[in-house]
Design a protein around this ligand. Structure first.
Ligand SMILES: Cc1cc2nc3c(=O)[nH]c(=O)nc-3n(C[C@H](O)[C@H](O)[C@H](O)COP(=O)(O)OP(=O)(O)OC[C@H]3O[C@@H](n4cnc5c(N)ncnc54)[C@H](O)[C@@H]3O)c2cc1C
Length: 425
């Protein structure tokens, strides 16, 4: 078994990184070379800006190279609760922006000719308990009436035809959701940004930001110092660097994935015949999908720990147990890959974008950023260029999480609380 992301291991390496020191000046500096930063850099370069991307490690190797490859539409939260909290119009705007985000990825893949198996096969949200069925059915009715006529409720028998498991009691089908090979997408996006004229500096850790007035900043990195007219913070769940304000608003949470060996015969088509992406209704739930080379990619918040060799392996054991519980015929199936990544969780589990002390930012994707980070990165590029001021995730005020100063000391308690809620709901 490889302790590595299946996606990164099976994607071509991005070899278009800039060489030499960073230039002394740039129109825009993008800090972070994940999907958010790369999509922003591409859009800025296409508009004619001189763009520098400063990435501490390798481009698209953090969350962007380690996720579940689910490019889903629909909100993670219940639409009715969102409408209650934010009003119907805003909830609709949030929902529709996820639809648009899937379209943004689809368009980008096509325009840049990225070979990443992008396929709009739909998503199933699976009822993990009989008690969850009525809620899903009501949710389907509300969604169809208010925002998405494409959503369908599936009863237990219909769900069984979609997922060959006795674990689920019903499902919602979201037809616009997609899947893709996120490693090939990341490498393709980085190459596209570079081809469009952005200078992508890898191994360029940013350690200092000095305001120069009017939104201009001097940015110090391990590859040199650059003065920027505009700066975008696209650092995800970064635990290092001068981003204290963001760290008080983002909780880094570990999420883990295993990839099986290629399943023999027609097993892949038997267990998930529609090749749809799948999530479950539990708070500490699972997400899974298959790949064109016949593997099952199976993930979840297996442990409330941050990734690392020991915790990845332990999480792999928990995930394998859950996978076999769902699909007993996989009891003898080998696990080929096991890896973890860090999710940038916000308190309301929604993305946040805007401007703080002149710095533009887009973060807090809360485990639903494969599509939204690409979309919001491009939207923030337009905001930086002054051509857009209506980004729906720019909610103005973004309060810090009380008691959170960067180290998520409260995670074990949150994990325990979620487990209790899962047991009771
Ligand atoms: C295990 C896992 C599974 C997931 N599954 C899904 C899924 O199936 N569907 C979905 O929609 N979303 C999923 N997500 C979420 C999705 O991957 C992210 O929302 C998305 O990739 C965020 O992109 P990003 O560019 O904002 O952040 P990242 O990809 O994390 O990029 C941030 C970059 O900033 C760099 N950086 C940080 N600090 C500095 C510094 N000081 N100087 C320079 N650079 C710095 C980092 O090195 C990193 O490369 C998952 C996430 C994880 C971890």
């Amino acid at each position: 078994m490889k302790a590595d992301s299946y996606w990164i291991d099976t994607a071509p390496a991005f070899d278009g990184g800039a060489s030499g020191p960073v230039p002394a000046r740039a129109d825009a500096v993008v800090i972070g070379g994940g999907y958010t930063g790369l999509a922003a850099a591409r859009a800025l370069a296409m508009a004619g800006a001189r763009v520098v991307v400063l990435e501490a490690g390798r481009a698209a190797h953090a969350a962007s190279g380690r996720n579940g490859g689910q490019c889903n539409n629909g909100l993670a939260q219940d639409f009715g609760s969102m409408a209650g909290a934010y009003g119907l119009d805003r909830a609709r705007a949030f929902y529709r922006d996820f639809d648009d985000a899937v379209t943004t990825v689809e368009t980008l893949v096509r325009d840049e000719g990225i070979d990443c198996d992008f396929s709009q096969g739909g998503k199933l949200k699976l009822a993990a308990k009989p008690e969850h069925v009525a809620k899903l059915e009501a949710s389907a009715e509300l969604l169809r009436r208010e925002v998405d006529a494409d959503v369908t409720f599936l009863d237990a028998a219909e769900t069984r035809r979609e997922v060959a498991s006795d674990t689920f009691h019903g499902a919602l089908l979201f037809r616009r959701s997609a899947s893709m090979h996120v490693g090939r997408f990341g490498a393709g996006l980085a190459a596209a940004a570079a081809r469009r004229g952005a200078q992508v500096f890898e191994n360029a850790f940013v350690s200092r930001l000095e305001p120069l007035g009017g939104g201009r900043y001097r940015v110090t990195s391990t590859r040199g110092v650059v003065d920027a007219e505009r700066v975008l913070i696209a650092t995800g769940a970064s635990e290092k660097g001068p981003f204290g304000w963001f760290r008080r608003r983002i909780v880094p949470i570990g999420s883990f994935i295993v990839a099986t060996e290629p399943l023999p015969g027609d097993m892949r088509r038997r267990i998930l015949p529609g090749a749809r992406t799948c999530t479950t209704t539990r708070l500490i739930g699972n997400f899974f999908r298959t790949t064109p080379d016949d593997r099952l990619i199976f993930g979840g918040r297996a442990r409330f720990a941050l990734p690392g060799p020991r915790d990845d392996a332990k999480s792999g054991i928990v995930l394998r147990r859950a996978m076999v519980g769902m699909f007993p015929e996989l009891a003898q199936t080998r696990i080929d890959y096991c890896w973890g990544g860090v999710v940038d969780m916000s308190a309301d589990r929604l993305p946040h974008a805007g401007r703080h002390e002149g710095l533009f930012f887009a973060t807090g994707f809360s485990g639903h950023g494969t599509q939204m980070s690409v979309h919001l990165g491009a939207a923030m590029a337009a905001a930086m260029l002054g051509t857009r001021s209506d980004v729906v995730w720019d909610q103005g005020r973004w309060p810090a999480i009380t008691g959170h100063y960067g180290k998520p000391w409260f995670l074990p308690a949150v994990g325990a609380w979620y487990r209790i809620k899962d047991a009771l709901s």
